[in-house]
Design a protein around this ligand. Structure first.
Ligand code: ATP
Ligand code: MG
Ligand code: FE
Length: 355
């Protein structure tokens, strides 16, 4: 039977129902609107909103799929990493539902869910093969990860300061754009020239594949300083947005080239996370992959940002691998939500004696 999955680790409240082969039967995402005035996600508001939204969202998703709760084979939820209040709400809801239905509960690592999204049916013809290089670029993460199998992840490099999405959001804020800033900045950048304003390329050509964005953010602040409280000329703001986006793309392309040097066995380059929704960045990554004779895959935009389809899919992958290993079906009712949950800890699920 199908899996029902819940996502509540940040400010998206989401529910999805997937068939055992990963086909999405229904999915809904509510992007909470109570945070914009604060210029960032307020954890307490997010947790309360998840609590208010979830019951009706789950019912509506079931109705979309024309299923009853009794049709469900198991329940899954993101249990970390993320904002603990929201994680507690989603996990408790999912565990309660599983208990009431007498079906298993599968705990999902939110970052692993982003990492495995490219393997959803229909994204890469024949399914994304292991091993692949994953660029995870979101509001909270910026990492190059060698994905060697379900549960087997090796971090090759990551940001030494801000996450990529954080940089987009902060620069958008400086430009007076709404929040979340990424999509607004991309839109404004379409009216600007990417080479109009000289900006630094932090860590370009440096060894390894670490990232840094704070210098870029500082450079933008310096370009804006002469204007003080004055409104920015529209063309200047657009040029700055385009130049920033170009600098990010240059840096990311360089870092990915280094990461691919570190992982010659990679069969595919995959981008995931909210920033992977950025069209110029996707085009650039595709170009890097093509030059190296590799395939490039990025999930459709709505599967890049937070959603529950990826949570259901990660649960199905866990389920399948446990079965392959001759382990009992996963049932993580005693696993607590956790604000931190390193990917390196995900292999132990498949060691004998684990549930
Ligand atoms: P995490 O998954 O790391 O816990 P998160 O849930 O905030 O963090 P996502 O929902 O995956 O991350 O992505 C949101 C981030 O992606 C925000 O920082 C947002 O500005 C950025 N983003 C979304 N669309 C775009 C875009 N088109 N261009 C650039 N950035 C974007
Ligand atoms: Mg989000
Ligand atoms: Fe996310």
């Amino acid at each position: 039977g199908p899996v029902l999955a819940i996502e509540s680790s940040c400010d998206e409240t989401a529910c999805a129902i997937l068939a055992p082969d990963g086909t999405c039967l229904a999915q809904r995402v509510v992007s909470q609107d109570g945070h914009a005035d604060f210029g960032g996600v307020v954890p307490e508001i997010a947790a309360r909103a998840h609590l208010a939204l979830l019951p009706a969202l789950v019912e509506a998703t079931l109705a979309d799929a024309e299923l009853a709760t009794t049709d469900l084979a198991f329940i899954a939820a993101s249990t970390g990493p993320g904002l603990i209040g929201g994680l507690i709400v989603g996990t408790s809801f999912a565990k309660g539902l599983a208990l009431a239905l007498n079906v298993p509960f599968v705990a999902v690592n939110h970052v692993e869910a982003h990492a495995l999204t490219a393997r959803l049916p229909g994204i890469v013809p024949g399914g994304a093969p292991f091993p692949y290089l994953l660029l995870l670029v979101s509001g909270g993460h910026c990492q190059c990860i060698a994905v060697e199998g379900v549960g087997h992840y090796r971090k090759l490099g990551g940001t030494i300061d801000d996450a990529a999405g954080e940089a987009f959001d902060k620069v958008a804020k400086m430009l007076g754009l709404g929040w979340p800033g990424g999509p607004a900045l991309e839109k404004l950048a379409r009216e600007g020239k990417p080479d109009a304003i000289a900006l630094p390329r932090p860590l370009l050509h440096r060894q390894g594949c670490d990232f840094s964005f704070s210098g870029l953010k500082t450079a933008i602040a310096q370009k804006l300083a002469p204007y003080g409280q004055e409104a920015l000329p529209h063309q200047f703001a657009a040029d700055l947005a385009a130049s920033f986006q170009q600098a990010v793309a240059d840096v990311v392309a360089d870092r990915i080239n280094h990461a691919l040097d570190m992982m010659p066995q990679a069969r595919l380059l995959v981008a995931a996370g909210g920033v992977a929704a950025n069209t110029p960045l996707r085009a650039r990554l595709e170009d890097v992959a093509q030059r190296r004779g590799l395939r490039f895959a990025a999930p459709p935009l709505k599967l890049c940002t937070d959603n529950a389809v990826m949570v259901g899919w990660a649960a199905l992958e866990t389920w399948r691998k446990s079965a392959e290993r001759g382990l009992p079906a996963p049932n993580n009712t005693t696993l607590r939500p956790r604000p931190r949950w390193p990917l390196e800890d995900m292999a132990q699920r498949f060691e004998p004696g684990q549930t």
